[in-house]
Design a protein around this ligand. Structure first.
Ligand SMILES: Nc1nc2c(ncn2[C@@H]2O[C@H](COP(=O)(O)OP(=O)(O)OP(=O)(O)O)[C@@H](O)[C@H]2O)c(=O)[nH]1
Ligand SMILES: [Mg+2]
Length: 313
């Protein structure tokens, strides 16, 4: 275990897999490893990819990976499925298998399922990204299904967000849904082999014109992921976006992630400390008292936190 951080830093695929499992399963045990790798994190470009189920995200990711590999990038792929307390693992497994790159040692592919806890998912995803960065991946693609506001949260971990839309499926709803308008930096209009593509592109651009002015409107790139069409344009738009927005913008996104991560670690540590200082039996009897309306939960919470303050004094 002591060498896990070193092995991760060397880019050892099995170590990366173990490290990610560790942060998913036992954050306390992962702490030493995370501390060691932390100085080596924060340098990659993290691209979040979201869109309705079946819109072609994985196919697009696959094509992007082929393109980026030709340019010598080392790539990490994280497929997250926030809506999967029941189905997650298996379905994600299928999605991942669709990808042709799993044998390439410079590419690491990982699926992460939520098991009903979005906060935990986002957190583990953030740490998985850090592990991949420490392992030398300089391009990280995070695929998530955008079906609701919560799912969209995960993509906020990214430096740049790509929203995948497809023609002819209740277009306006797609865009408005899940706050997608606010999070998209670039739109990929995939399945552009559909005859509905022109109409969808017009509608989308008209809608974007209402929300954005001038150059700030996110670009709309047509793609046919199955054919690899539009991929080089998409990648060059990603690079253009990063270049135009500049270092300050990227730093601001990374700082947002850090502040969110720090808050989360503090919350968890405080909670753990409180939990360690209250016996399960006492907790149950407090629940009983609250149930009988002998006391209210706010008073109980204040009292328990009061004990913690005393410990810290
Ligand atoms: N005609 C056409 N089909 C496409 C295109 N891109 C993807 N597909 C097909 O659409 C289906 C879904 O593609 P995926 O890449 O699995 O879509 P996804 O968004 O990753 O799906 P989930 O992860 O399950 O939400 C597959 O059968 C693809 O072959 C495209 O540009 N044109
Ligand atoms: Mg997919």
């Amino acid at each position: 275990m002591l060498n896990l951080a070193q092995e991760v830093i060397k880019g050892n695929q099995r170590a990366i897999a173990r490290a990610i499992s560790l942060v998913e399963n036992d954050r306390d045990a992962a702490q030493e490893m995370m501390k060691k790798i932390f100085p080596r994190t924060g340098e990659s470009l993290v691209v979040g990819i979201t869109g309705s189920p079946g819109s072609g995200k994985s196919t697009l990711v696959d094509q992007m990976v082929s393109f980026l590999r030709k340019n010598g990038k080392k790539i990490g792929i994280v497929a997250v499925d926030p809506s999967s307390p029941f189905t997650g693992g298996a379905i994600l497994g299928d999605r991942i298998r669709m990808m042709q790159h799993s044998a390439d040692p410079e590419i690491f592919i990982r699926s992460m399922a939520a098991r009903g806890n979005l906060g935990g998912l986002a957190k583990a995803t953030g740490e998985a990204i850090a592990i991949l960065e420490a392992a030398g991946k300089n391009f990280i693609l995070v695929e998530t299904v955008g079906v609701g506001q919560d799912e969209v949260e995960v993509v906020k971990l990214a430096d740049i967000v790509l929203v995948v839309l497809i023609p002819g499926t209740g277009d306006d709803i797609q865009v408005y849904k899940a706050g997608i308008m606010e999070i998209a930096d670039i739109f990929a209009l995939n399945k552009a082999d559909s005859p509905e593509t022109d109409k969808m592109e017009r509608q989308l651009k008209a809608m974007l014109d209402l929300g954005f002015t001038g150059e700030t409107r996110p670009p709309v790139i047509r793609t046919i992921a199955t054919e690899g069409e539009g991929i080089s344009l998409l990648i060059s738009e990603i690079h253009k976006f990063v270049k135009n927005k500049g270092q300050e913008f990227r730093d601001a996104r990374k700082k947002k992630l850090i502040s969110w991560m720090l808050r989360d670690i503090i919350n968890e540590k405080i909670y753990d400390t409180v939990a360690q200082n209250i016996q399960a039996s006492e907790f149950d009897s407090l629940v009983e008292k609250i149930f009988k309306r002998e006391i209210d939960p706010y008073t109980v919470a204040d009292e328990i936190i009061g004990r913690l303050k005393k410990i810290l004094e």
